[in-house]
Design a protein. Structure first.
Length: 187
């Protein structure tokens, strides 16, 4: 079964994983000029026990990887920020999702916020008690501020986006608000 809609809630995704049938959730978006875009949001194999087993296997791999030396446990996989950044991340998450439909995708090394393309990537740096946010904003259109924003073109980093913002406080988050809005509008 294929379900096509303008958006799907978290509850839709959970329901699809619990059903026995193969179900694909596809999000559509119509652009100017009649261009139609389709994006696969969720797909289940159709067997009642496979999805939870895959999830348990992945959690075991994560836990085992944490014990290995040289293999850091990435907090983004678990969907939970480090304790020292939890409140700040909750505010950042609200700011990144406040402007409309944004998909939050925890990946191996970062958390992606996307519409049709990534609009932001979030990386936790608990040692420095800072959250790095990489936005799809042209750094040439922004007045860069030492210790807050940085041009990342030509510099390798986790995630996508050419503008790095260092969020260490609520004041930094407030300064980032306009840039987050620009990234949302561009995505």
């Amino acid at each position: 079964m294929v379900c096509i809609a303008a958006s799907f809630s978290h509850h839709d995704r959970v329901a699809v994983q619990r059903l026995r049938e193969r179900i694909d959730l596809v999000r559509y978006r119509i652009f100017d000029g009649g261009l139609l875009s389709l994006l696969l949001i969720e797909s289940t194999p159709g067997s009642p026990g496979q999805a939870p087993a895959r999830r348990q296997h992945r959690e075991r791999e994560i836990t085992a990887g944490a014990a290995d030396v040289g293999k850091p446990l990435v907090q983004a996989i678990l969907g939970a920020p480090p304790a020292c950044l939890r409140d700040l991340y909750a505010e950042l998450d609200e700011a990144l999702t406040a402007w409309g439909e944004v998909e939050v995708a925890p990946l191996m090394h970062y958390i992606a916020y996307r519409r049709m393309v990534n609009l932001a990537s979030v990386v936790f740096r608990p040692k420095h008690e800072v959250i790095l946010v990489y936005l799809r904003v042209d750094p040439e259109t922004v007045e860069l501020e030492e210790g807050f924003s940085r041009d990342m073109r030509g510099i390798g980093h986790l995630g996508t986006g050419d503008l790095e913002l260092r969020i260490a406080s609520a004041a930094d988050l407030e300064k980032a608000g306009a840039l987050i809005r620009r990234a949302f509008e561009a995505a």
